[in-house]
Design a protein around this ligand. Sequence first.
Ligand SMILES: Cc1cc2nc3c(=O)[nH]c(=O)nc-3n(C[C@H](O)[C@H](O)[C@H](O)COP(=O)(O)OP(=O)(O)OC[C@H]3O[C@@H](n4cnc5c(N)ncnc54)[C@H](O)[C@@H]3O)c2cc1C
Length: 336
Amino acid sequence: MTSIPRRAFIGIGTKATAFLLMPFPLATFLNCNSMTNNNHFDVLVIGGSYAGLAAAMALGRALKKVLVVDDGKPCNRQTPHSHNFLTNDGKTPAEIAALANLQVKRYDTVSFFNGRATNANKTEDGFRVQLAGGEIFTAKKLVFATGIKDLLAPISGLAECWGISVIHCPYCHGYEVRNEKTGILGNGDSAFDFTKLISNWAKDLSLFTSGAARFSDEQIKKLQEHRIEIVEKEIEKLEHNDGYLRHIIFKDGSSSSITALYAPAPFEQHCKIPESLGCELTEEGYIKIDSSQETTVKGVFAIGDNASKMRTVANAVAMGTAAGMMISKKMILDAF
Ligand SMILES: Cc1cc2nc3c(=O)[nH]c(=O)nc-3n(C[C@H](O)[C@H](O)[C@H](O)COP(=O)(O)OP(=O)(O)OC[C@H]3O[C@@H](n4cnc5c(N)ncnc54)[C@H](O)[C@@H]3O)c2cc1C
């Protein structure tokens, strides 16, 4: 896996490629981080990954003046290859992001600012957003494309393997590890249901509960029928080479040789500003949206992972494009 941080990669990659692919408005690049006198926008998009960039493209193409604020921490940044996104299957997340940035930066209606939005409040005719560096921007509409943050189990080695050999989603990475000795980290009903799903991809499968198993007799019988071993030993750490899992080491000193581990993680919103503005969350923790992706606060929209459990790049892009079209259409019709 590349050790270049995504933001640095995009910085180098897009700027170098930009000069090679001229002409298009270079002003967009040169203005980054220097917009001091013109800080009012039609739409401010917080989060400039897949969902945010897709929204910015649709809005920019509808001639809306857009600002994308992003601090460069997409949730998939550690995964070596992204899958299941047509035309970009198997590319690194950084490659997909670099191309997306390059294409959106062609629009002189879209500006970019590298930084973290820290708070926002409603004004008479829109919203005022403050960044960590003290910068203030205002806009008529706000779009949150801020993603979610995985709350990884506190097991030594797990964070280093996250997205590489410790994975959350079979549709993203199951095909690549289909013939490997596979584990699932979890317990109880949700782990049982997840195991049923994963059994489609993995034939040599063990369920690691790291403590006393909480399955019904019927569930245990089903797992036995499918030759899925339940391992209750408490996990001490994951032994790996550069994120590639080799062994699970247990607290009793024994170990299990495993190369792929599914570890679905709970999550929290990556950005708390929507909640501070009054946007309601669903029971599962997603931002509540209606069919036009507007939150429970008028003029505030949410797209991508923060508002949907269909956690894929394709879905984030689809939600961003749809929101960009719907927001701009409403603004155009209202202004007519
Ligand atoms: C390990 C892993 C592997 C994955 N692999 C795949 C795969 O193979 N295929 C696939 O289709 N999907 C995959 N996914 C899912 C996919 O990455 C997400 O669905 C997708 O990234 C969601 O895009 P998004 O734009 O909603 O959020 P993100 O990509 O998470 O981006 C959110 C952006 O908002 C920024 N941000 C957040 N708060 C603020 C703030 N306050 N101010 C400024 N910026 C802010 C963040 O820095 C980040 O850049 C994977 C996910 C993970 C965790």
